[in-house]
Design a protein around this ligand. Structure first.
Ligand code: TGC
Ligand code: FAD
Length: 394
């Protein structure tokens, strides 16, 4: 009969989920974790407080490590598995959600549509330089009056001879003002089309959104398109419906399923360390039953979320993952990560509200993660439709 081991489990990998990963996957993860610990963690509290991001330096470093468009094949992209991409997102978001966002937007929202729906010429022009970080992209879907319901967008593109004239305003666009190329989704007579717009095109401008109390180490902008004229070969030829932008969202939501667990793990680790060092009533606060309950709840949430992410990663790699399953991962892992962050904050007491510790920063960031890439409610309704067969949107 096989024996049950009496070894003490690793507090950070209680279920030994590492044993489910290949050596190659662990290597990717270790490389990204090492980079984040050395290059992000020492600075991120200050960047977040000041609301800045050294984007050019980071883009180059991300490119050097091969993180940009890493799960895409060819055109200078690393061509890793989806699982490796997910693990990279997890480690990046253990640093900060804004750092993971930068990589998600570049790889899943700006490069992916070119890779999936672009012409060969468009791929050759943009992807190699986006993979190195020389060119930064953004993804313009949301508008001030079209958030959860992007198909109601007003941005439109009209034919003028062989050109297109684009008018509209996009809102809440990550990397908007630092992008060299914007992937803009617009209504046309032939359905919703994606346009690759160099940001120095006359009529295109971007204004940063200030006073954010979440995702502060990330650029968020409003994009204005005022009679922007582009030739026909700036249109993505491969799609002309909401399927285009929604397919990109599947990729980014998959990364968030992993990423949120990175933020949760960082909060759990911080709270665990703190609870062992911090003494009250003559004892470490970790010795109190109420604190152990919180620590165990956090540990279980992080492990459960990691298992969900790894399962979805395997399904994506074997080609069986559905968009509703991606909704499951984004929905459950982000809401649990937020709960972990709030619990960790309580364990740190007054110290939990300062940026000396990562917890309040992750907690505030996760409020954005809960909302973007499909709110918690939108993913609830996607899954609700999947299990009932009834559409709650229309
Ligand atoms: P619906 O009528 O259901 O479908 C329209 C067409 O799209 C297809 N489709 C999908 N295709 C791929 N993936 C999916 N997940 C898809 N969902 C639907 C569908 O088959 C159909 O295709 P076809 O060929 O018949 O035309 O679409 P709808 O307009 O009713 O929308 C449904 C809904 C509400 C789920 C969708 O609009 C939605 O997901 N809303 C949330 C919007 C959202 O997530 N926005 C995110 C903006 S980007 C962002 O937040 C970036 S944050 C930066 C970072 O990631 O770090
Ligand atoms: P709304 O859609 O107005 O929703 C408000 C509330 O109503 C939510 O709770 C929502 O769940 C609820 N609600 C809406 N419809 C329903 C319904 N049918 N049933 C039940 N409840 C409903 N977008 C981009 O295109 N590109 C980006 O790069 C990008 N980056 C972002 C970065 C940041 C920091 C933030 C905060 C947002 C970003 N977004 C981006 C926009 C993001 O995707 C939207 O904020 C999100 O889709 C929600 O839209 P909304 O804010 O307009 O909220």
């Amino acid at each position: 009969m096989t024996q049950i081991s009496f070894d003490r489990p690793d507090p950070i990998d209680f279920l030994d989920i590492d044993s489910l990963l290949s050596e190659e996957e662990k290597l990717v993860r270790a490389t990204v974790r090492d980079y984040v610990e050395k290059e992000i963690v020492p600075h991120i509290g200050d960047w977040w407080e000041e609301g800045i991001l050294p984007q050019e330096q980071l883009a180059k470093e991300f490119g050097d490590i091969g993180l940009l468009g890493m799960h895409l094949e060819g055109y200078g992209c690393a061509g890793t598995s989806a699982m490796a991409y997910g693990l990279a997102c997890l480690e990046l978001e253990a640093g900060d959600s804004g750092i993971r966002s930068f990589v998600s937007v570049q790889g899943s929202l700006a490069m992916f549509p070119i890779w999936k729906f672009g012409s060969e010429e468009q791929k050759q022009i943009w992807l190699p330089r986006m993979a190195t970080g020389e060119v930064i992209g953004c993804f313009g879907l949301t508008e001030a009056d079209s958030g959860s319901d992007p198909s109601s967008m007003r941005t439109n593109a009209k034919r003028d001879g062989t050109d297109w004239i684009i008018n509209g305003t996009k809102m809440w666009i990550t990397n908007g003002s630092i992008a060299d190329v914007a992937v803009i989704w617009a209504q046309t007579d032939g359905g919703i089309r994606g346009f690759l717009i160099p940001t120095d095109t006359p009529g295109f401008s971007a204004i940063d959104i200030k006073k954010k109390a979440s995702l502060r180490a990330s650029v968020t902008s409003e994009l204005i398109l005022d009679n922007v004229r582009v030739p026909d070969d700036f249109v993505l030829p491969g799609v002309s419906s909401m399927k285009g932008p929604l397919s990109c969202l599947n990729e980014a939501r998959f990364g968030i399923t992993f990423g949120a667990i990175g933020a949760a793990r960082a909060c759990y680790e911080s709270a665990l360390d703190y609870s062992i060092e911090r003494h009250q009533f003559g004892k470490p606060i970790a010795s109190f039953q109420l604190t152990q309950r919180k620590l165990v709840d956090m540990m279980v949430a992080v492990q459960r979320g990691t298992l969900i992410a790894v399962h979805l990663g395997r399904r994506k790699d074997d080609g069986t993952l559905t968009s509703e399953q991606v909704s499951f991962g984004k929905f459950d892992n982000v809401r649990n990560a937020l709960e972990v962050a709030r619990t960790a904050r309580s364990i740190l007491g007054a110290n939990g509200i300062t940026l000396e510790y990562p917890v309040i920063r992750h907690m505030a960031n996760l409020e954005t993660v809960y909302t973007y890439e499909g709110t918690n409610e939108i993913h609830t309704l996607v899954m609700g439709q999947a299990i009932t067969g009834l559409n709650a949107f229309t």
